[in-house]
Design a protein around this ligand. Sequence first.
Ligand SMILES: N[C@@H](CCC(=O)N[C@@H](CS)C(=O)NCC(=O)O)C(=O)O
Length: 217
Amino acid sequence: MAESSKPVLYSYFRSSCSWRVRIALALKGIDYETVPINLVKDGGQQFSEEFQATNPMKQVPAMKIDGITISQSLAIIEYLEETRPTPRLLPQDLKKRASVRMISDLIASGIQPLQNLSILKQVGQENHLAWAQKVISSGFTALEKILQSTAGKYCVGDEVSMADLCLVPQVANAERYKVDLTPYPTISHINKTLLALEAFQVTHPCRQPDTPPELRA
Ligand SMILES: N[C@@H](CCC(=O)N[C@@H](CS)C(=O)NCC(=O)O)C(=O)O
């Protein structure tokens, strides 16, 4: 494992949860080192004993920072927010803050875990596309309704927040699993607006240290 005084992010280029954290790091201008954990190579490097010592959940992301190890993307983002508060990713207004957490949780607990790699393996190769489409569409139907009352330019008002860090990677997963996004105009519009921002571009899966050459853009 890498030793450095810089924060270390254990990440996989294609992992939507890792992407959330990469965006937070980019927005806050935090320099860090990436340790790639390939979730498919050699049966999955997340299962190695070495990585399990970092995250017993056998998932990315995990982060070593300030002498501690944190897993769970939202816990990492909240730690970054509390220790490096600028720019803010949780609004000052407590009602808006609750909306940000609601949307983040909707995606991080209500959608992504149901279409995670380990679940898709259980569902089986022949059913995995239909399954992923079903769970993402069901979550997006709820999210589209919620955003109609919380969104401004972004998910909650006009400031980029933790909710946006969850939205863009989840839309990328939806595209990967060929979900029809036509019924979700608010989600699609916010996603497009966010993808124009540098922090979302430099952290994109197609531009990571472990992105294979054929997927680079
Ligand atoms: N709740 C966790 C979920 C982490 C997670 O599901 N990570 C996926 C990649 S996005 C993973 O490592 N999957 C490995 C596997 O399923 O074997 C978080 O937000 O960090």
